[in-house]
Design a protein around this ligand. Structure first.
Ligand code: S3P
Length: 434
């Protein structure tokens, strides 16, 4: 499947985007091991979260769906999961695989976790190492999936210093910490998204964060609760940039998660001159949400603050497009983690944007993007949802038609992407050719 994108005009509009991927995964996993019922609304019915849903059901959890976005999870308690009869297929989702490994490391049964071609190439040594030092028994193919997790009744708490800023690794260790004797402490080199900590808190678990160290004591029971999933800022970011780059647009995106560990994209775009404001900010359970108002703006390049990288980790493909549309050059550094995402996102974006006439200099952990004008052309998504959508966005402001190949992965995180873009005038059609 490919996207055909024609240069388009964005209208004024109020739009909504689907639920947050990170919060949806956690609602399923934590709701499953809680005692009592967890009611979830605003769930992201994207392929990644549906893989987690299927895995929890395969381990015996009763999850009823009133609609695609609303579900009721009958928690089985900390020790109520049972071994699945088959391998757990987590598709494209690194979050599902890493968090689930933490959750399953201290269960009394064996599990096998598999994924698609992209996930099968992603590094799992980063979770195997700390979990093994807690006593987990995990086999892999040279640090990559499939993962075989051997049943292990008891884990030991550890103090772990994360070598990289990763909410997935942090969360895997914290979830295993629930099954460990003693208090597990994780120290992060930079603040990463804290949805696990917040949701555990709203389920009655004490998680203490102090100067970059997060502590959890094993054996605490989770209590089912109500989870209202905010709209995903990582999806809203595509709409934000489309509005910023259009002429005379003034749009509002409703009810978006603005947890401060996620809002780096807003800060970076504002530092480039973007007119973005937050309205109606309020708490939805433990997560802050706001309506995001975006007005067309002239962007300018500059040096992107490396301190904001972990707070905007999924938005760099979009920020590369912003940089290409900005005046002057934009320097990104400290973004080496992008090379081990669903694709090597630095190379995938640099290659795509070069085909569309933009000059990009790559370094091992960064890139300099020289502002210019996108031309038409045929570009590759490398099977990566965020690269596909970012290059499609480039097409909406290009001088000619842009074709983005291999875009099926968009459904992993943003089902309905084309409809949302169409709602405010961005024309993206699909063709089955590839
Ligand atoms: C996620 C954490 C991030 C992010 C991913 C979702 C999560 O990965 O890229 O899309 O839900 O914890 P890392 O923490 O590995 O950087």
């Amino acid at each position: 499947m490919r996207f055909l994108v024609t240069p388009s005009k964005v209208r004024d509009a109020s739009v909504t985007v689907p639920g947050d991927k990170s919060v949806s995964h956690r609602a399923l996993m934590l709701g499953s091991i809680a005692e009592g019922r967890t009611e979830v609304s605003g769930f992201l019915a994207g392929e990644d979260c549906l893989a987690t849903l299927a895995a929890m059901r395969a381990m015996g959890v009763d999850i009823q769906q009133a609609s695609a976005t609303e579900m009721s999870i009958e928690g089985v308690g900390l020790h109520g999961l049972r071994g699945a009869n088959a391998d757990l297929d987590l598709g494209n989702s690194g979050t599902a695989m890493r968090l689930m490994t933490g959750l399953l490391a201290g269960q009394g049964f064996d599990s096998v976790l598999i994924g698609d071609e992209s996930l099968s190439g992603r590094p799992m040594g980063r979770i195997i190492k700390p979990l093994s030092s807690m006593g987990a028994k995990i086999e892999s193919r040279d640090g990559k999936p499939p993962l075989i997790i051997r049943g292990q009744d008891k884990l030991q708490a550890i103090d772990y210093e994360l070598p990289m800023a990763s909410a997935q690794v942090k969360s895997a260790v914290l979830l295993a910490g629930l099954y460990a004797d003693g208090t597990t402490r994780v120290t992060e080199p930079a603040v990463t998204r804290d949805h696990t900590e917040r949701m555990l808190g709203s389920m009655g678990v004490s998680v203490v964060t102090n100067s970059g160290t997060i502590a959890i004591t094993g054996g605490q029971q989770l209590r089912g609760c109500v989870v209202s999933v905010p709209a995903d800022l990582s999806s809203a970011a595509f709409v934000m940039l489309a509005a910023l780059l259009a002429e005379n647009a003034d749009i509002q995106i409703k009810n978006v998660g603005v947890n401060p560990t996620r809002t780096g994209v807003i800060n970076i775009l504002q530092s480039m001159g973007a007119d973005i404001t937050l309205e109606n900010t309020q708490l939805l359970g433990e997560e802050p949400v706001a309506d995001i108002r975006v007005r067309s703006s002239k962007l300018r390049g500059g040096i992107v603050d490396p301190a904001l990288v972990s707070l905007a980790i999924d938005e760099f493909p979009i920020l590369f497009v912003a940089a290409a549309a900005a005046l002057g050059k934009t320097v990104f550094s400290g973004i080496g983690e992008l090379r081990v995402k669903e694709s090597d996102r630095i190379s995938a974006m640099a290659d795509g944007m070069r085909i569309l006439g933009i000059s990009v200099d790559e370094t091992p952990d960064g890139a300099t993007v020289h502002g210019g004008r996108f031309s038409g052309g045929i570009v590759q998504s490398c099977g990566d949802h965020r690269v596909a959508m970012s290059l499609a966005l480039a097409g909406t402001i290009a001088s000619d038609e842009v074709i983005v190949d291999d875009v099926a992965a968009v459904d992993t995180s943003f089902p309905g992407f084309r409809d949302v873009m169409a709602a405010f005038g961005a024309e993206i059609s699909v063709s089955d050719e590839n």
